[in-house]
Design a protein around this ligand. Structure first.
Ligand SMILES: [Zn+2]
Length: 652
């Protein structure tokens, strides 16, 4: 005890001495000083670029999945800084593939040019160019992922997708629309391709594309493959809309006439909705493959669409994925032609702000669902079932208690779609489907208050349909949205939207269902649509009962939990994502055994006993849950007109 007292006394003496010393030396600070700022990179300006980009791309080495690029950049000067695209349109985030570049070699008139990466912006390369140098050559390899653990696959031996942003360096200091670009592409022999780019000439596997701007080039990816088909979705139209199909095997390309008709209906129904188009031609670049990623990415004159290889051969089972093309097509109007003002950027190094993604993605999600039904890509019932599933997932989502929907618009920047341990507690990208429920709410509100005379269709036509035929992007702000809604049907739209976007702890927005003449109910049987979707996604959805989603039999991870809902019965039984259920009440795991056990425990006091494997540990988990299986459905409520049916019906 004494020792301690002495220590304290010493300490006090020392502290007093130190304080005096610090006071005496007050002008000097003890810590490190800040590193001096480095020379800033020239900000982009809206001025003509006095040179051009010439790209020669060799994409024929599909075996190694390596794309070899030779770029000639003219118009350079002593201060030229090269940029590699970082902030990518459509991803709304800094997801540029800088980590896949190797073998960079820069020369001027054949002599090597030294380069140095900017230490702050590692996407920028500073050059040491001699006076009088007007053009440089840049050679490099783009190392496309060789396996899914490296990244989403882009190339197989039978098909590939080419994103030009991966294959180009461009000069800092200019708007990308001011930089001319020309491309030559070498593909494997006998492959076909599709792109919104216009072809100047093709000689066997070598294609020259017409000169364009860097902005349009990067917005015009290319799909190519051994097995391909080109379908006309708007026969006889002056402005063609094409489906460029690429598949792992030729038999997957065969589409029944009625399916083709549904895609043609999509074009008709979109034109009835928007009353305009903003392209000279449009290409759906559509891959049917499990050898490359199943992509969904919007562009102004094209879209990247990827689904299961058997999407056409197993049409009845694939309805869940058939809002993809309606969604991406809608983006030509909402997102590409009209774009949130804070999301539009002059080049790919200026950060994007994602505050209006609840319009850009949210209303697009809504029209994607609606147009899928109007075109016949989904039946009315399938569209209703999808709305029910969406709302039901939000009904158990606990993250709504702390995190406003508005804040989720930052998610693509926070997390570029890596898996999460507690998805529903964190929330993720809810600006897609929760916003779709809000737009349904707005649509039914307008229909009710205008006594059926007006709807969100009028907003879409007035807002996205302006300047028919024009490509020039028109940006929008929150106030523009409010003003346009007021022009359709007066309301305090600012409060209507802000309350739904900013409030926490609020129930799921179901007003659109109520006003639409439906109510959300639960039964112990999934809809056909939900059952088929689970089957196809190889997932078992028990989110609304015990609070889990399980990898299904064909997933190769049978019984492994892919999601556990925060505070759910499964959470309380200490289950986590990644845990594997081995047995239920002493019987070996099978999804049907688990469902039977949940049914049997309905209204009974005894818990469901699970044996679970987590890592190399086994444990017994008791599920204290007695409300049976619960699956969502929309049920007609005759207290209101069936406005939702009207919304989903094809426009004459
Ligand atoms: Zn989208």
């Amino acid at each position: 005890m004494r020792t301690v007292a002495v220590k304290i006394a010493l300490c006090t003496v020392f502290s007093a001495a130190l304080a005096a010393a610090v006071q005496a030396a007050a002008p000097e600070t003890a810590g490190p000083s800040a590193t001096p700022p480095i020379t800033p990179i020239t900000a982009p300006k809206d001025r003509a670029y006095g040179g051009e980009i010439q790209l020669k791309v060799d994409a024929s080495d599909t075996g190694h999945r390596i794309v070899r690029v030779h770029e000639t950049l003219s118009g350079v000067g002593p201060d030229t800084v090269l940029l590699y695209p970082k902030w990518l349109p459509g991803t709304h985030a800094p997801e540029g593939t800088l980590d896949r570049i190797a073998g960079i070699r820069i020369t001027a008139n054949g002599a090597p040019v030294a380069w140095k990466r900017d230490p702050v912006d590692v996407f920028a390369f500073r050059l040491n160019l001699k006076a009088g140098t007007h053009a440089i050559d840049i050679d490099f390899d783009y190392l496309s992922p060789t396996s899914p653990k490296v990244g989403a696959l882009e190339m197989s031996r039978d098909l590939m997708l080419i994103e030009w942003n991966e294959l180009v360096f461009y000069p800092a200091g200019y708007f990308t629309r001011q930089i001319p670009a020309e491309v030559q592409l070498q593909l494997p022999a006998d492959w076909q391709f599709g792109s919104a780019l216009e072809t100047a000439s093709t000689d066997r596997a070598q294609t020259h594309f017409k000169r364009t701007t860097l902005e349009t080039l990067i917005d015009s990816p290319l799909y190519a493959g051994r097995y391909a088909a080109k379908l006309d979705l708007d026969p006889g139209a002056a402005v063609p809309v094409r489906m460029d199909l690429f598949a792992d095997r030729p038999e997957f390309l065969v589409m029944k006439p009625e399916y083709l008709e549904a895609y043609r209906n999509l074009v008709r129904q979109a034109y009835k909705l928007y009353g305009s188009h903003h392209y000279n031609h449009y290409d759906f670049l559509y891959s049917l493959s499990d050898q490359i990623q199943q992509n969904g990415l919007e562009h102004h004159q094209s879209s990247e669409d990827g689904t299961d290889p058997e999407s056409f051969t197993k049409w009845d089972k694939e309805a869940f994925a058939r809002d993809l093309l309606p969604h991406e097509f809608t983006h030509s109007w909402n997102g590409k032609f009209r774009r949130p003002a804070d999301l539009w950027t002059p080049n790919y190094s200026v950060p994007m702000q994602d505050s209006l993604l609840w319009v850009y993605e949210g209303q697009t999600e809504y029209w994607g669902q609606v147009l899928a039904a109007r075109s016949g890509l989904r039946t009315r019932q399938q569209a209703l079932d999808q709305f029910a599933i969406t709302a039901a997932h939000y009904e158990v989502q606990k993250g709504r208690q702390w995190r406003p929907l508005q804040d989720t618009t930052n998610d693509e920047i926070i997390n570029p779609r890596r898996p999460q341990s507690w998805l529903d507690w964190q929330r993720f990208e809810d600006y897609y489907s929760e916003s779709a429920l809000i737009w349904l709410d707005a649509d039914t509100w307008i229909r009710e208050h205008s006594k059926g005379a007006r709807s969100l269709d009028d907003f879409a036509r007035a807002f996205f349909g302006i300047n028919d035929g024009s490509f020039n992007v028109v940006t929008y702000t929150f106030d523009d949205i409010v003003k346009a809604l007021n022009a359709v049907e007066p309301n305090d739209w600012s409060a209507f939207l802000r309350q739904r976007l900013d409030a926490i702890g609020k129930p799921v927005p179901l007003e659109g269902f109520h006003r639409g003449g439906y109510k959300l109910v639960y039964t112990d049987k999934p809809s056909d649509y939900q059952a088929t979707t689970e089957d196809q996604r190889k997932r078992i959805d028990l989110l609304n009962s015990i609070g889990i989603e399980i990898d299904g039999k064909d997933s190769g991870k049978d019984g492994t939990l892919s999601q556990v809902i925060w505070d759910s019965p499964a959470f309380k039984a200490k289950l986590t994502e990644g845990a594997q259920i081995l047995a239920i009440n002493g019987i070996a795991y099978d999804a049907d055994v688990l469902k039977d056990a949940i049914r049997a425990a309905h209204g009974k006091p005894a818990p469901i006993e699970l044996i679970v494997k987590i890592g190399d540990r086994y444990l017994v988990a008791n599920l204290d849950y007695h409300d049976g299986l619960r699956y969502p459905h929309l049920e007609r409520d005759s207290a209101e007109p069936a406005r939702l049916d009207e919304i989903l019906a094809a426009r004459p």
